[in-house]
Design a protein around this ligand. Structure first.
Ligand SMILES: [Zn+2]
Length: 74
């Protein structure tokens, strides 16, 4: 299979490939835009803050329970 056959849809049957073009702005891979990298960064940051928020909420609820007791003792 020659590379020119690769782009022929009739000959490409059964070939699974990742689309190298940008999934966000559809720019060709050769442009090396940063959309996907930025998108991944944003997704990681969102997942992080979602996770940390529940931890902060846990800490806050424990502190609200414990602080009055600590203040009463001292
Ligand atoms: Zn892009």
């Amino acid at each position: 299979m020659y590379s020119r056959d690769y782009n022929n849809p009739k000959l490409r049957k059964g070939v699974i490939r990742m689309d190298p073009d940008c999934a966000i702005c559809h720019a060709p891979a050769t442009l090396a835009c940063e959309c996907e990298a930025k998108g991944l960064e944003v997704a990681v940051r969102q997942a992080e803050s979602r996770m940390m928020q529940s931890i902060y909420n846990d800490i806050r609820s424990v502190l609200l329970l414990v602080l009055p007791l600590l203040l009463a003792v001292s």
